[in-house]
Design a protein around this ligand. Structure first.
Ligand code: HEM
Length: 245
């Protein structure tokens, strides 16, 4: 196939209504020019990162809406919008696998042209990392304190699968999916550059490990352990066999 011919048509003219509305001219010129790529994997590398930024923009924007609806205790809206956030996070995690189709050698070539750029500088990720304390405050104020409830009551002593419980589970799922993204990202690094590399030792690996330990809503995880210990009191650490032996 004539590469140059298809390169010329791939970005379109940008004049049709579809192109104008979606601003395809600008969107499709956000990647390096075809002649500038250091190899044939670099377009994928840029596109995956750019799409991840778009998903994070959508997630951040949706979390702002969720916060408004949490303040109004509009549970139906909160759950529908959390579903959107959860799906976007799953897509973010799933598409990391695209980069595993790039060979370690080809990644080393791309790495040479990245400058000092690091995922730590991602505007989307940095914004998302700042949102969870606000969400938790709104949730606690509106779904718990206003009704004399606590995490302990809604999960355990007064458990009845109420609105406060289902919203808490949506928050927990957001937390868990964020961790899954971090975990898969770590696997991707191992696959492409190897976590044992000398140049990664120190700050890089430390940053990634620190991130893996962060829980956005620790109270929602602690309650599960507390309940296990509480219920476990009746049988101690080792339970009797149900078969009686
Ligand atoms: C082959 C692909 C990739 C490699 C080898 C890689 C490598 C790394 C490394 C070594 C770090 C640690 C910090 C540093 O040294 O700068 C890091 C951090 C990070 N990367 Fe990637 N990355 C890749 C793809 C991606 C993609 C597709 C995203 C999409 C959003 C991403 C987002 C991030 C973020 C957000 C951080 C900061 C993590 C934190 O603070 O917990 N990376 N990456």
């Amino acid at each position: 196939m004539d590469r140059e011919h298809f390169y010329a048509t791939m970005n379109g003219e940008g004049t049709l209504d579809y192109e104008l509305y979606l601003n395809t001219k600008k969107l499709l010129s956000c990647q390096k020019d075809f002649s500038e790529f250091c190899n044939r994997d670099e377009l994928q590398f840029q596109v995956v990162h750019q799409i991840e930024e778009l998903w994070m923009k959508l997630i951040g924007y949706t979390l702002l809406d969720i916060d408004d609806y949490v303040q109004q205790e509009n549970t139906n809206r909160v759950l529908t919008l959390f579903k959107r956030v959860h799906i976007a996070l799953k897509l973010m995690t799933e598409q990391l696998a695209l980069l595993e189709t790039m060979s370690p050698k080809e990644y080393q070539e791309i790495r040479l042209v990245l400058g000092n750029g690091s995922g730590q500088e991602s505007p989307g990720f940095r914004t998302l990392l700042k949102m969870h304390p606000h969400l938790w405050d709104s949730y606690k104020k509106n779904y718990l304190e206003k009704h004399g409830l606590t995490v302990e009551k809604i999960y355990s002593t007064e458990y009845k699968h109420c609105d406060a419980y289902v919203v808490a589970e949506a928050l927990a799922e957001f937390d868990e999916l964020f961790q899954k993204f971090r975990y898969h990202h770590l696997q991707l690094i191992n696959r492409s550059i190897g976590l044992g590399a000398k140049s990664l030792k120190g700050r890089s690996v430390e940053i990634l490990n620190e991130g893996m330990r962060i829980k956005f809503f620790p109270e929602l995880w602690e309650i599960r352990s507390k309940m296990t210990d509480e219920w476990g009191k009746s049988y101690g650490v080792v339970r009797d066999s149900i078969g009686g032996h």
